[in-house]
Design a protein around this ligand. Structure first.
Ligand code: ZN
Length: 230
């Protein structure tokens, strides 16, 4: 099944550049008062922001930027040592007011569309599962989206991204944990914020920025998953 997608072109894009390879998929929430304000901003030339897709709460999907073009969604970001995240990624904005304007559950219709859309994207590009991440994963000091209510576990069950088994290994030492976060791909320049970003994605029930046993076990499991699969 393919997603039904309507075109709603944003002027905010440019060329990816010679030799660019698309190997990342970044999920966002819009984080604005409502969908109209968010959509207007993503299409406002003076705002200079955009994404490839926009998924409404009723499940409808708009395409704002062609996948071959570079959309402007990640900003200053870093993943697995790369800074040029917009050049190498597809960006999907999922409508939700976000932490600033009343964070709420993503709707069932929305998640169904996100899953179909992500599967479509993954069928067109060689994107490793470990490179399917949230905005907060690639910009942990600045961003919280799509946040702890986003059901990454369900996505992984559909073959989108990685969900870790909990490891038996319980490593609570801060330097080891920081090393694990780096192995996964995080920029660990701010440890508590990076740990929060990890928790928002992989341990949404407890986002503290502090090491606890559940976090340590899941992070160890994630390291194992990303180092044993492509
Ligand atoms: Zn974002």
């Amino acid at each position: 099944m393919s997603a039904t997608i309507r075109q709603h072109t944003s002027p905010n894009f440019d060329e990816r550049g010679d030799g660019a390879v698309i190997d990342m998929l970044i999920l966002h929430y819009t984080g604005m008062e409502n969908r109209d304000v968010a959509l207007a901003r993503l299409c406002d030339e003076t705002a200079e922001v955009s994404a490839h897709y926009f998924v409404d709460e009723d499940g409808s999907v708009l395409q704002l930027v062609d996948e071959e073009k570079r959309a402007w969604h990640a900003g200053v970001a870093r993943w697995r040592g790369h800074n040029n995240i917009n050049q190498r990624s597809i960006g999907i904005e999922v409508v939700n007011p976000g932490h600033e304007f009343g964070y709420r559950d993503f709707t069932e219709a929305q998640m169904n569309s996100v899953i179909v859309l992500c599967k479509d994207v993954l069928s067109r590009h060689a994107i490793p599962a470990r490179n399917v991440v949230g905005h907060s994963d690639v910009a942990p000091t600045r961003k919280s989206d799509p946040g702890e209510l986003f059901d990454w576990h369900r996505l992984a069950g559909e073959g989108i991204g990685v969900w870790p088994e909990e490891s038996e290994v319980l490593e609570m030492d801060r330097d080891v944990v920081a090393g694990h976060l780096e192995t996964v791909g995080y920029d660990v320049s701010d440890f508590p914020k990076t740990l929060r970003a990890f928790q928002r994605h992989y341990r949404g029930e407890r986002v503290t920025g502090r090491i606890d046993a559940g976090t340590a076990r899941r992070l160890s499991g994630l390291v194992k998953a990303v180092t044993t699969t492509p």
